[in-house]
Design a protein around this ligand. Structure first.
Ligand code: FES
Length: 82
């Protein structure tokens, strides 16, 4: 089963989260939260606060799992505060 790797820069740890085809069209912010990953946000996905960014300034509230994987095929997400 394919996985998304969540790499916490602060903690220097990784979590590996399996996903399925039916998850691919879920907004990345929502999917990460459903997996127990805390993502910073003060606009709750409106695309305004810019706190939900991951590497390269990508906003998790503006990507689906599929569009994230098109940009980052290895499925690795680095989050500085985790
Ligand atoms: S949650 Fe605010 S910009 Fe993404």
């Amino acid at each position: 089963m394919p996985v998304i790797e969540i790499r916490g820069v602060a903690s220097q740890t990784s979590r590996f989260l399996p996903y399925q085809d039916e998850d691919l069209d879920i907004i990345l912010l929502e999917w990460l939260r459903s997996q127990g990953i805390t993502i910073a946000s003060s606009c709750d996905g409106e695309g305004v606060c810019k706190k939900c960014d991951i590497q390269n300034g990508w906003l998790t509230c503006e990507l689906t799992l599929r569009s994230f994987l098109e940009r980052q095929p290895d499925g690795r997400i680095q989050i500085g505060y985790l």
